[in-house]
Write a protein that binds this ligand. Structure first.
Ligand SMILES: O=C(O)CCC(=O)C(=O)O
Ligand SMILES: [Fe+2]
Length: 352
């Protein structure tokens, strides 16, 4: 069995200059040895880099293509449609966020992207609604109406198809994370029953004739909040990952692959055996860029007592114990409380 603490210490002392690519074909193999071999690649990636690509993930590529199409169409639509589902109308972080309203790195003026956020939809799992005792809730999403937006039905149906595909990919990944942490493969099953996953459609407008403003990156330097993120990006590029030395490593476009990265919930829960790595999107995108992050957290009410294989006398627990939902709620509240209101964002001076 891998000595996780020793491997984590070794990982902290070395660095990475590229992101591993992992073929997931064996994730569903009936052969445990094959699944374990795959999990050991996942372990290397999660301890050393915190980021990896997955190929042959089993996700339906037609759904991915359709989702980029509905995303492009949505962000081209009128301000009236976007305003009708503005995030300020939600008490649960759902809906549309305009350009420069979000700011992941407070030293910047704002993040140069637009976003649409959705969570587990009542139509997918009605029994999940109103089950929460903590701060983060399962709730309705905000969808545009067909009166305002003729493509509304397709927008919702396709978004939810993508949500379901990635939820299922997440469920294929959790057993690998479990094996990577020397746990039984089903360790996370009863902790991921009512998926606490948030998905975002992101649009980063290309520079066009604008000048580059370093204080308006696509998305500022940050770590993610949940267990892990499953990101699909188009071929424009601009996503970068920071290594220990502080150098930025390009997370270039790999066709048909997802970028997976560990978030802070998993780093805390694993007592820093898994690393949550900083990343950003550059301010210099020539063309419009679209991406779709999906943040997979465990159930809101799971108490993040440190994972048993990740603590020992020599490596005592490093973090305050909270429920998974309260932790993510704290981080989301923090970021959205720093968000600009649409009129404030509109007043930010953009270099011509
Ligand atoms: O769009 C991307 O490539 C990265 C997005 C991201 O880091 C995030 O939404 O947390
Ligand atoms: Fe991120």
């Amino acid at each position: 069995m891998a000595d996780l603490a020793a491997l984590a210490d070794k990982a902290a002392a070395q660095d990475f200059t590229s992101l591993p690519v992992i073929d997931m074909t064996d994730a569903t193999s009936p052969d445990l040895e094959k699944r374990q071999a795959l999990a050991s690649q996942v372990r290397d990636a999660c301890l050393n880099v915190g980021f990896f690509y997955v190929k042959n993930s089993g996700v339906d590529e037609a759904v991915v293509d359709q989702t980029f199409e509905i995303s492009k169409a949505f962000f081209k639509t009128s301000a009236e449609v976007k305003k009708s589902i503005d995030i300020s109308k939600s008490d649960n972080f759902r809906g549309y966020m305009g350009l420069l309203t979000e700011n992941n790195d407070p030293k910047n003026k704002g993040d140069y992207h637009e976003a649409f956020n959705l969570g587990l939809d009542p139509s997918l799992m009605p029994e999940a609604m109103n089950t929460d005792s903590g701060k983060l809730r399962h709730s309705d999403n905000q969808w545009p109406t067909s009166e305002l937006y003729p493509a509304a039905d397709e927008f919702k149906a396709t978004s939810l198809k993508y949500y379901t595909e990635i939820l299922n990919l997440g469920k294929r990944l959790f057993p690998l994370f479990a094996l990577a942490l020397n746990l039984p493969e089903d360790f996370f099953d009863d902790k991921t029953r009512l998926p606490a996953a948030i998905m975002r459609l992101l649009f980063y407008p290309g520079l066009g004739d604008r000048q580059v403003d370093e204080l308006m990156p696509g998305i500022g330097d940050h770590t993610d909040f949940e267990c892990f993120t499953v990101l699909r990006q188009d071929d424009v590029g601009g996503l970068q990952v920071r290594n220990h030395a502080g150098d930025w490593v390009n997370a270039t476009y790999v066709p048909n692959a997802f970028v997976i990265n560990i978030g802070d919930q998993f780093a805390r829960w694993s007592n820093d055996i898994f690393v949550s790595t900083r990343h950003r999107v550059l301010p210099t995108l020539k063309r419009d860029r679209y991406s779709i992050p999906f943040f997979f957290g465990c159930d809101h009410d799971v108490v993040m007592d440190p994972i048993p294989t990740c603590v020992s006398e020599d490596r005592p627990n490093r973090y305050e114990i909270m429920t998974a939902g309260d932790y993510v709620h704290m981080r989301l509240s923090d970021i959205y409380s720093q968000s600009a209101k649409p009129e404030e964002a509109a007043a930010v001076e953009v270099k011509a």
